[in-house]
Design a protein. Structure first.
Length: 175
């Protein structure tokens, strides 16, 4: 199959995923989930972000060594970790009030900078990663390489700063 068959799906997934994330912050929490303790999900999310980062780093090293099969395997592993993260993240935010950062001064500024860049680039990485993977899986290598030069550093940044945001906010969890 050619990429053009996937363009609509990529747009639908990108809009749906980013829309669900926005809704998770603004809709009332799902009361049917009240009986469950989701307090450990932020830690799981940080671990999944860390595993995504390590998988992407390994994929990058593999492709620089021209080990295409290994590269593909680790990108798919990173995509799997990111997908699990997304499920866990949505479950947490649809069921639990957001934690507020309690730091002050320069730490607050650092936190807000990291958080804002993380959020903006996380929304951007959804279509970028899907499009990059579609090019690669459809053997459109020149297009894949061209967009991957942008996708890889953005995805690495998003997965790394996901861990950083957790570490910065974790002392303020009320659990």
């Amino acid at each position: 199959m050619q990429l053009k068959n996937y363009k609509s799906l990529i747009w639908i997934l990108s809009i749906t995923i980013n829309g669900l994330i926005v809704l998770a912050f603004y809709l009332p929490k799902v009361s049917v989930l009240d009986e469950y303790d989701f307090s450990k999900l932020p830690l799981l999310n940080a671990v999944l972000n860390g595993l995504t980062f390590l998988s992407l780093t390994t994929a990058l090293i593999a492709i620089r060594r021209k080990k295409i099969t290994l590269h593909r395997s680790f990108v798919l592993l990173a995509f799997s970790f990111t997908s699990l993260f997304l499920f866990s993240y949505l479950l947490y935010h649809f069921s639990t009030p957001s934690t507020k950062f309690g730091g002050e001064g320069i730490m607050r500024g650092i936190y807000l900078f990291v958080l804002l860049t993380h959020v903006f680039l996380a929304a951007l990485i959804v279509p970028l990663a899907l499009l990059t993977m579609a090019f690669g899986l459809n053997n459109q290598i020149n297009k894949h390489r061209k967009i991957a030069r942008w996708t890889m550093p953005v995805w690495l940044y998003v997965s790394f700063t996901g861990v950083v945001v957790y570490l910065l906010i974790s002392p303020y969890y009320l659990h």
